[in-house]
Design a binder for this molecule. Sequence first.
Ligand code: G3H
Ligand code: 13P
Ligand code: NA
Ligand code: ZN
Length: 328
Amino acid sequence: ALVSLRQLLDHAAEQGYGLPAFNVNNMEQVHAIMQAADATNSPVILQGSAGARSYAGEVFLRKLIEAAVETYPHLPVCMHQDHGASPAVCFRSIQSGFSSVMMDGSLLEDGKTPSSYDYNMKVTRQVVELAHACGVSVEGELGCLGSLETGEAGEEDGHGAVGTLSQDQLLTDPDEAADFVAKTGVDALAIAIGTSHGAYKFTQQPTGNVLRIDRIAEIHQRIPNVHLVMHGSSSVPQEWLAIINQHGGDMGQTYGVPVEEIVQGIKHGVRKVNIDTDLRMASTGAIRRFLSEERQNFDPRKFLKQATQAMSDICMARYQAFGCEGMA
Ligand code: G3H
Ligand code: 13P
Ligand code: NA
Ligand code: ZN
C-alpha cells in the first residue's frame, strides 16, 4: 500500500532501523528495489527527482510506482519526490500522487546557489502547510552537502553548491536545526555531516571516520521527533568501479561512504539514507560486462536483466545492513 514517509520513518524510529531511499527513473530500478524488498520483507521508499520526472515523463513515473504498489500489496511503499527546488515542483508532485515531498530550500531554485536561512525557512513552511493538508509528508534540508575532505559538493552535472564550501556551511548547526523545525513543521530533515552527492566523494580510501557521527547525535538530541536524512550515502562499490573500467569504462579512482559508517549514523538517529550512485554503477557495470562478453547478443532484455540483478543485490545488502529485514 502507498504510505507517507512519516508513517514509515515513525516505525523505523520505534524499532531503531534506517531505511534506504533509492532513486528511480525506469522500470528496471523499480523492479530491482521491489525484488530486494520482497525477499527481505522490508518497507520501501522509491524516490523520483525532477530529473527522473523529465526523463520518464510524469505519467510514466507515477504509473511505475503504482505498478510496484499493485504488484507487492503486502509491502508499504512511500512515493517520495527527491530534491524539490521550489514549492511549485512540490505542488506538482502532490498533484501527481506522491505521498512525500522534499523541499530543498538549502539552495536557490537554480539548484546551485546556497540560499539564506530565511529563504529556506519560508519556502519550506509554505510546502509543509499545503502538503500536510493533503496528508503528504515533507523533508527539508539545512546545511550544504559537501565532502569534509574536499569542501566540494561533488556533482558537476547535478544539483549541489558550486565552488568550495566553508567547514561552517558543510555542517548543520544543531541550534539552527531546532529553530528550523519549530518554524517549518517538517517531518524529516536532511543534514550536512560530511556526505556529498555523486560518485566523487573522497579521493582517499577512508581509514577513520568520514562522517561527523557526533554531529548527527547532537542534532538528534535537539530534534528527536524529526527524522534525520542522510543524502549522498552511496558507498561507491570498488568491485563495480573495477568492472566498469575493465569493460571499456573510464571512471576515476574514487571512494564513497563505508556502509559501517552509515550503520553508525543510524544508531545515532538517521532514519532515511539516500542512495542513487551505487545502483547507477552496478547497472552500468553489469551491462558493460555482459555486452563485452556476449558480443553476439542484441536482445536488450538480456543485459537489462543483468542490470536489475546487480542493482537488486545492492538493495538487498543495504536492507540487511540497515536493519530493515522483516520490518514491512
Ligand atoms: O541527489 C540526486 C539524485 O542522485 C538524483 O539525481 O537529479 O540526476 O536525477 P538526478
Ligand atoms: P548518492 O549520489 O551518494 O547516491 O546520493 C543520492 C542522493 O542523495 C539522492 O538524493
Ligand atoms: Na529526498
Ligand atoms: Zn540528495
